[in-house]
Ligand binder design. Sequence first.
Ligand SMILES: Cc1cc2nc3c(=O)[nH]c(=O)nc-3n(C[C@H](O)[C@H](O)[C@H](O)COP(=O)(O)O)c2cc1C
Length: 251
Amino acid sequence: MKVKGIYFSPTGTSKKVVESICKSLSSEVKYVDITLPKKRSVMTEIKEDLVVLGLPVYSGRIPLTVDGYIKSLVGHDTPCVVVAVYGNRDYDDALLEMKDIMKERGFKTLAAGAFIGVHSYTTQVAGGRPDTKDLEICREFAENIKEALNKEGDLKVKGKFPYKARKTASPIGPVIDERCLSCGICAINCPTGALIYNGKLKIDDTLCIKCNACVRKCPIEAISFGGKLDPFEKWLIENCSERKEPEYFTL
Ligand SMILES: Cc1cc2nc3c(=O)[nH]c(=O)nc-3n(C[C@H](O)[C@H](O)[C@H](O)COP(=O)(O)O)c2cc1C
């Protein structure tokens, strides 16, 4: 079976989960990493037998950054698996939204999974996840996907329509401190072009999605949100520290 694994993964947890599921499904997997803008500029017709799409949950929805790309995928009644990776708060309507978009694009969703990844804002929430136990559930999920391949029907997943409203907040962007080496690694890894390095780093707060790729990738921790995410971190630590477990739905 030929499988295409597609993921957007600024801090690497969605990538880990998608890779773990795909590896257990087949030895013929092609990955498309749509984290960086240049990878999202082409329309993708899926020729494989199965597509596994994995996205992080942002405010209970799919990240707006990849909305256009996902809506440009083309399937021909192609079997598909949707995977939402969230930071131990909730995945709300993300799986339903993914399933609905994929249906419109010519895919039939036979399985959906919600997995937990360390929260982008703070390693104090779901730190170390996905862990060994999560990856074992990825493998178990893959076995269930194989069984669902021959089944027909409309998959039921958790989620409501209309989906959770997207929040509009005033722009927040990262700040660099005096230790910055001007290596440009943060800019190379920015999924939205909010950081541009041209010998000097330029930050456009209006493009920043607070994914924290820059913070995690900086080799010397010289970039941060300078305390601007502290209230959210505090709320998350107080309210979302109790371990949640992955959930999946299959035909
Ligand atoms: C802007 C933003 C919004 C987020 N919203 C949620 C959310 O609604 N629920 C949740 O549990 N985690 C939320 N998270 C955390 C991510 O879903 C989680 O950390 C995920 O593992 C990140 O995936 P990645 O490592 O592939 O980038 C949010 C993260 C960001 C940056």
